[in-house]
Design a protein around this ligand. Structure first.
Ligand code: UDP
Length: 360
């Protein structure tokens, strides 16, 4: 049987493709994982935790590797793999350079692509960069489109991507977080959980946001501010410049299930991560989104999230308001999760199976 390839390179791709791999295997399909190693450090542990074992690892990550080199490496590395494994279909996920470059390699080798989490758009090519461009490229090179929300599906239609194989599935992040929450230890009840790692915030914007967090930790001494810090050198450098008195609890990146345990027990989330927004919504946690533009407007529309941007004063004001108003926090946690029902992996596997039968 020709395999279905799952090409991934970063932690969020591993998290979000794991439910798809499990569902494909439940249907008796041969799901083969290929890792580009775009984020080696964060990826290896996450893969093991979510039960994915790559058959091939291109090991592309080098510190400071520019996106152009990474794209070239994915193209060069993946093409012989495609020739050798002859997949019937390749799945890519999200908006990474791995997803865009893998879709291009598949185009050159005549391998059809399915895009998991298709149709997200911030409509701003600089925010997030280069992710907005990556997901647009991946969508336009794919034959199957798995849109997580009606808004994402409508975005695809506006770009001329429609028909039977562009469908609404929900986001597999919801499947993943439910799976993990059942296996997660709970800790740090009632913290403000922070993750900030977007490239466009490196330098002054990140330093400013950290300043706002320091002030919040002083104003709300009973609410620990916990920051699992991304290993990116720019994030590390900003954290080293924090004042000594800072009461932030900066920790190393957490294993996925421990992170989900923390998310499930926190009071409020401040993040610029896409996946963390979806997971927080699935667990009923209020979110402040530290971005200037969002490709996940559903969270804001649902009332579960507020787009606070990256200005320190706005972050401090909104977080301060919510931490001192339990009713407002409770209202946000009751918002309906707009990202799906936890069965996206199953829908994607079912559609892939239907598609494979249709082309046989
Ligand atoms: N995550 C994790 N440990 C951490 C922080 C995040 O396992 O310390 C997980 C999180 O649950 C989510 C994913 O990493 O599934 C999000 O990845 P990231 O923020 O790097 O990327 P994005 O979602 O913005 O693409």
């Amino acid at each position: 049987m020709r395999p279905v390839l799952l090409v991934l390179g970063t932690r969020p791709e591993a998290v979000k493709l794991a439910p798809v791999a499990r569902a494909l295997r439940r249907r008796g399909l041969r799901a083969v994982v290929v890792s580009t190693g775009q984020h080696r450090e964060l990826l290896a542990h996450t893969l093991a935790e979510v039960g994915l074992r790559p058959a091939v690892d291109l090991r592309l990550m080098r510190p400071g590797l520019p996106h152009a080199r990474l794209s070239a490496g994915v193209l060069q590395g993946l093409i012989p793999v495609l020739r050798r494994l002859k997949p019937a279909l390749a799945l890519v996920q999200g908006d990474t350079t791995t997803a865009a470059a893998a879709a291009l390699a598949c185009l050159y080798e005549g391998v059809p692509v399915g895009h998991v989490e298709a149709g997200l758009r911030s409509f701003d090519r600089a925010n997030p960069f280069p992710e907005e461009a990556n997901r647009t490229v991946a969508d336009h090179l794919s034959a199957l489109h798995f849109a997580p929300t009606p808004t994402a599906l409508a975005n695809l239609r506006r770009e001329g991507i429609s028909g039977r194989w562009a469908m609404l599935t929900g986001n597999t992040a919801v499947d993943a977080v439910r799976w993990a929450a059942r296996r997660a230890p709970r800790r740090d009840e009632g913290c403000l959980l922070v993750t900030l790692h977007r490239r466009e915030s490196f330098g002054d914007p990140l330093a400013g946001m950290l300043g706002a967090l320091v002030r919040l930790s002083e104003r709300f001494p009973d609410t620990p501010v916990v920051f699992p810090a991304h290993p990116n050198p720019a994030v590390r450098a900003a954290l080293r410049r924090l004042p000594r008195r800072a009461r932030l609890r900066v920790v190393a990146p957490l294993p996925y299930r421990r992170f989900v345990g923390l998310l499930a027990s926190c009071r409020l989330v401040l993040t610029d991560s896409g996946g963390v927004q979806e997971e927080a919504a699935a667990l009923g946690k209020p979110v402040l989104v530290a971005r200037d533009a969002t490709e996940r407007p559903e969270l804001i529309a649902s009332g579960g999230g507020i787009l606070v941007g990256r200005r320190p004063r706005n972050i401090e004001r909104e977080a301060g308001r919510l931490l001192s108003d339990g009713r407002a926090l409770a209202r946000m946690s009751r918002a309906k999760n707009p990202f799906g029902d936890g069965r996206a992996g199953e829908r994607i596997a079912a559609a892939a199976a239907r598609w494979l039968r249709s082309v046989r």
